[in-house]
Design a protein around this ligand. Structure first.
Ligand SMILES: NC(=O)c1ccc[n+]([C@@H]2O[C@H](COP(=O)([O-])OP(=O)(O)OC[C@H]3O[C@@H](n4cnc5c(N)ncnc54)[C@H](O)[C@@H]3O)[C@@H](O)[C@H]2O)c1
Ligand SMILES: [Mg+2]
Length: 345
């Protein structure tokens, strides 16, 4: 999963880069993006030759490909400019684009919300459809889904951060859209994510999954909870497991992290935790969770084979979080470890 590299995999990826006397292309891309965040003139120049992903009221534009898949078109600036002009908008909207990265081809990448234009008209001119992010996220494969999630998160932040919470005066963004400054007090605001710990608890033989009443039918996921102010990752993890299922954690292993756009930007910190096999009795907090249960390797293995979510009237079947979700990644890691340890027994 490209968006979630464990520290070991990160080391392996870094090891693959050939040593050069100059900066690696990764280093130069990261430095380029950083420069664009700090220098408005360079960012504006990069926008003229950059790629732009369009959104309409926070829904990204997707196109059907010949292979029956979907992709977000990366439009060039001059094309976006002519779409805007054709639909009666003056060119100034283009400058509202927000920097989201740099492609491996060294192209600066931006996103732009054209919510002030008629949705159907933009769709017709661009030959695509604006699809809600929750749906788009699961229609896309690879790195495009997290890129769009980042774009939507930044666009949402700009749309909801127009005023300083200390003075009530308007805030002004820099060209990259990486910060906003109060026009009166000079207070600088940066985009925010809420840290969330997500943990797959195991008693050595089984893993613990839970469901909230709002989850799709049959879906169980790892335990998750927002960090309280001042807490460490470990403290949040132990508190959430205690609060939600009444268990005390013995040990914690960090796995990986993920930006999760739903319902707003969360920074998911993924961990595994073990509890003593002698203390597995659950005391579920039913105000938070509809159900929590232990699942063995066999049940998880067959749930991983289920390809479509259960429908109303179908026999009850365990449905696991989709591939893009870090919960799925944790479950896969646990499954692989259990398989190895069962072979070793
Ligand atoms: N990507 C994944 O695999 C995955 C899996 C499970 C959950 N999640 C995400 O994790 C998040 C947290 O999980 P949870 O709902 O069990 O959390 P939780 O157990 O902390 O319960 C949510 C409650 O926490 C309170 N809360 C405290 N700080 C908050 C904040 N900054 N934002 C919103 N609410 C806050 C609210 O009262 C809210 O109702 C959810 O938004 C969910 O989308 C992601
Ligand atoms: Mg929770």
């Amino acid at each position: 999963m490209a968006a979630m590299l464990s520290p070991l995999r990160m080391l392996l990826c870094a090891a693959k880069c050939p040593p050069t006397r100059h900066c690696s292309s990764f280093v130069s891309r990261m430095r380029y993006v950083n420069r664009l965040k700090e220098d408005d003139a360079s960012c504006l120049a990069a926008l003229q030759s950059g790629h732009i992903f369009l959104f309409h009221r926070l829904s990204p534009l997707l196109q059907h490909t010949e292979r029956g898949t979907f992709r977000p078109p990366a439009l060039i600036s001059s094309d976006v400019q002519s779409v805007l002009e054709r639909l009666g908008s003056d060119g100034s909207l283009l400058k509202e684009s927000v920097l989201i990265g740099c492609s491996e081809q060294n192209q600066a990448q931006f996103c732009l919300d054209v919510g002030e234009l008629d949705q159907a008209a933009v769709e017709e001119v661009c030959g695509g459809n604006f699809v809600q992010l929750r749906k788009s996220y699961f229609l896309l494969t690879g790195a495009e889904a997290p890129l769009l999630a980042k774009g939507q998160a930044l666009l949402r932040w700009h749309q909801t951060s127009r005023f300083c919470s200390a003075t009530g005066q308007p805030t002004l963004r820099n060209q990259a859209g990486s910060q906003r400054v109060c026009s009166s007090s000079g207070i600088v605001y940066y985009p925010k994510m809420s840290p969330v710990v997500i943990v797959l608890v195991s008693d050595g033989k089984r893993c613990l999954l839970a469901r909230q009443s709002s989850f799709p039918r049959g879906m169980y996921s790892a335990l998750a909870g927002f960090c309280d102010m001042g807490e460490s990752l470990e403290e949040t993890l132990c508190r959430e497991v205690a609060e939600e299922v009444g268990l005390e954690v013995q040990s914690i292993f960090y796995s990986s992290s993920q930006h999760w756009p739903f319902p707003h930007s969360s920074f998911m910190l993924g961990c595994h935790a073990t509890i003593s096999p002698a203390h597995t009795q659950l005391d579920v907090d039913h105000t938070e969770l509809e159900d929590a249960r232990w699942f063995g390797l066999e049940e998880i293995t067959s749930a991983l084979q289920v390809k479509t979510p259960p429908r109303r009237g179908d026999p009850p079947v365990l449905w696991l979080p989709p591939k893009h979700a870090i919960a799925n990644h944790l479950i896969m890691e646990w499954t692989n470890r259990q398989r190895v340890s069962e072979v070793g027994e």
